[in-house]
Design a protein around this ligand. Structure first.
Ligand SMILES: *Cc1c(COP(=O)(O)O)cnc(C)c1O
Length: 464
């Protein structure tokens, strides 16, 4: 749409009504903003709003009244000054919600990040020697202690961990993998693609539903470097299925000079069956089954920051550490600080009480029910009718597919649930819930206690 005056003669008078930048900056409201934020952002906002007004006039609109301008500029400033990455309240009941940032960090992890980020640190400094140290030393001993592995290395995420292991140890050689494990993890991360990128050659073994030990054994050639097991984290096969146990695979691999690499995905250190969930393989089990390298995420069931953790045989981990790609995939001090603090929670035996992910998994349903009832009573005092209804939470994050935890949901019947949900997302602290039929559902399990007050304020305002 042209905003040339000559092409829209009927509106030239509207263009003339547009105030000058200077006149707007002199209004008391905007002068205050200039004092607070400095002149450049306010001037940029004024120009942007003026440009929008010109476009609107070009499209047949009219100029806003002079008194309306400060508010328009302020609204624009608010929109551009709000970070796009900001906190939300997760009332979906999905604990490790990949789109909402996976694992919330523990108070101890946050404090560690703050301490290390605010100043200088021992990131690569050895205090005893007074000389250069290695960033790779930081979480290493803790990871070995907790998992029983000989050595450990931390990289950017689990995708990077798998890629680094295959690049460093299997490039140009064959990697055997069951056809049932040629999976896509999510966000387009596909095991066959990572294998190809690493320079390893994929050898498919067995069938979609059944792979026997003998299938692996028959596939071994002089070119074979490893067997890769990939945990089927985000889907489940039932029925006529079989897959050799990990210790059988490691025996078969080692007897033929091959490595066994185990991509565990979520990397649980705690037994999930204690909470009525299906067993999620633990890192300790993989170490005990003699897998040579085990990779897992830091921000799934471990409950820490985004990271990829590799544990296993010392000589292999050392080769990964020395590989040129290790530098490109390394983590920064913030991640290491959060990870170390998270691992200390396990070390002290406090993971269940200190790590939000495990607190949420372990939360008894009666406790959730009483929180939901508290919300219901609070909203009733604002004239909003809600009920408490049984429902299900999920672990999420590609862990324990199909497994749910019984929960209690706050349910609010609404004539336009989609519009209400959109309004909840537009708040300065957005609230993300679920919609089922005409009902808005909010699961207390994933709402952090310190967010409860904000949640109730938002619900009372939006659903009034
Ligand atoms: C989640 C997952 C990955 C990817 O891990 P990121 O930390 O997201 O990179 C790889 N493999 C498996 C089996 C997974 O479950």
């Amino acid at each position: 749409m042209s905003t040339d005056f000559s092409t829209v003669p009927n509106h030239s008078s509207e263009y003339r009504k547009l105030p000058s930048v200077d006149a707007l900056l002199r209004t008391p409201e905007l002068a205050l903003l200039v004092a607070e934020l400095g002149e450049p952002p306010v001037t940029a906002a004024v120009r942007a709003v003026l440009a929008a007004a010109r476009t609107a006039i070009g499209a047949g609109g009219s100029a806003p009244a002079f008194t309306a301008w400060p508010a328009l500029v302020m609204r624009h400033l608010e929109a551009v000054m709000t970070p796009s990455l900001r906190p939300v309240i997760n009332a979906t009941g999905v604990i490790i919600h990949t789109n909402l940032g996976r694992a919330p960090l523990s108070a101890a992890a946050l404090a560690a990040v703050q301490r290390v980020a605010a100043g200088y640190s021992t990131l690569e400094y050895d205090l005893t020697a007074g000389a250069r140290g290695s960033r790779h030393d930081h979480a290493r001993r803790l990871l070995c202690d907790l998992t029983g592995a000989e050595d450990a290395l931390v990289v950017n995420n689990n995708a990077a961990a798998v890629y680094l292991a295959l690049s460093a140890l299997c490039q140009g050689r064959e990697v055997l993998i069951s056809r049932s494990q040629l999976v896509e993890i999510g966000g387009g991360f596909r095991i066959p693609d990572v294998l190809r990128q690493s320079g390893a050659r994929l050898v498919e073994v067995g069938t979609t539903n059944r792979t026997h030990l003998r299938d692996f054994i028959h596939a071994v050639t002089a070119e074979s470097a490893a067997i890769l097991r990939v945990h089927s984290s985000n889907f489940r096969q039932i029925g006529f299925v079989t897959m050799p146990a990990l210790d059988e695979l490691s025996d078969a691999a080692h007897a033929r000079g091959l490595l066994l690499i185990d991509d565990l995905g979520s990397g649980a250190l705690i037994d999930t069956t204690a909470y009525g969930l299906a067993p999620e393989p633990t890192v300790q089990q993989s170490v005990a089954a003699d897998a040579d390298l085990i990779t897992f995420s830091g921000d799934k069931l471990l409950g820490g920051p985004q990271a990829g953790i590799i544990v296993g045989r010392a000589e292999l981990v050392e080769r990964l550490r020395r590989h040129p790609m290790a530098r490109a995939l390394r983590v920064d001090k913030l991640t290491l600080a959060a990870l170390e603090a998270t691992l200390y929670s396990y070390r002290r035996g406090r993971a269940l009480t200190e790590l939000p992910v495990w607190r949420m998994i372990a939360a008894p349903v009666v406790e959730i029910q009483s929180r939901a009832a508290g919300w219901q009573a609070h909203l009733a005092s604002h004239g909003i009718a809600a009920t408490v209804t049984p429902g299900e939470s999920a672990v999420g994050g590609g862990s324990l597919p199909g497994e749910t935890l019984p929960t209690a949901l706050l349910a609010i019947t609404h004539p336009a649930p989609d519009a209400a949900a959109a309004m909840l997302r537009r708040q300065s602290t957005p609230v993300i819930g679920r919609i089922q039929q005409e009902r808005l559902l909010f699961d207390p399990r994933t709402v952090l206690p310190e967010q409860e007050e904000t949640l109730l304020k938002v619900l009372a305002t939006v659903l009034q």
